[in-house]
Design a protein around this ligand. Structure first.
Ligand code: AMP
Length: 214
């Protein structure tokens, strides 16, 4: 199964993708994580992407598409993959169609206020990219990753002004994407407004949508 997760930043796609990934044994490909890793390593891609990311803007389509195309060509993607954060524009959706057949698109939805609260409380591990929430999913020890003891930090694009910009950019690009996949008949809506303690309710909706699209 080749799956695409759509939805605004902070809607919980990454958390659900990690669960689906271990359940279905297919890799979770997060373009945001890949780009942040490139920035941290200081690769050519990272140097080009950094300015756009810091401003809450999208990295140019060609750069992200090349990165995803190379990733899904890896042997671990043979049995399927979960794309989280790609495509984000119609141009990316068209490009994706050229190199992968998508079976299901899950569109995550939650109220604006819920999303802002989720993003602004997020803390990410510098070492292993695990994600916590200061209120809803705090680490055992303040500022330290439970899994690898790495340092937790607030991403610069998860500060209030930039969140609003990212949500604006999302709103602008999203509609044509949704229309595109609805026309293809592979889009399912997922109510992602549930609290993290009820994440099973979100996963269940995904499972049902995936069964339908088989
Ligand atoms: P995310 O963690 O998915 O919200 O991504 C963080 C940032 O990475 C975004 O605000 C963009 O700057 C960049 N990014 C991630 N995925 C894409 C994409 N498909 N197209 C363009 N930029 C992207």
């Amino acid at each position: 199964m080749n799956i695409v997760l759509l939805g605004p930043p902070g809607v919980g796609k990454g958390t659900v993708a990690a669960i689906l990934s271990s359940k279905y044994r297919i890799p979770h490909i997060s373009t945001g994580n890949m780009l942040r890793e490139a920035v941290t390593k200081g690769t050519a891609l990272g140097r080009e992407a950094k300015g756009f990311m810091d401003a809450g803007r999208l990295v140019p389509d060609e750069l992200v598409t090349k990165m995803v195309k190379e990733r899904v060509a890896q042997p671990d993607c043979k049995g399927g993959f979960i794309l989280d954060g790609y495509p984000r524009t119609s141009a990316q959706a068209k490009a994706l169609q050229e190199f992968a057949a998508i079976d299901a698109v899950l569109d995550f939805k939650a109220p604006f206020k819920t999303i802002v609260e989720r993003i602004s409380g997020r803390r990410t591990c510098r070492k292993c990219s695990s994600v916590y929430h200061i209120k809803y999913n705090p680490p055992k020890k303040d500022g330290t990753c439970d899994r690898c003891s790495g340092e937790l930090y607030q991403r610069s694009d998860e500060k209030p002004g930039i969140i609003t910009e990212r949500l604006r950019v999302y709103g602008e690009q999203n509609k044509p994407l949704i229309d595109y996949y609805r026309n293809e008949g592979i889009l399912s809506e997922i109510d992602a407004s549930f609290h993290i303690t009820e994440i099973g309710k979100i996963v269940k909706q995904c499972d049902e949508a995936l069964v339908k699209s088989r």
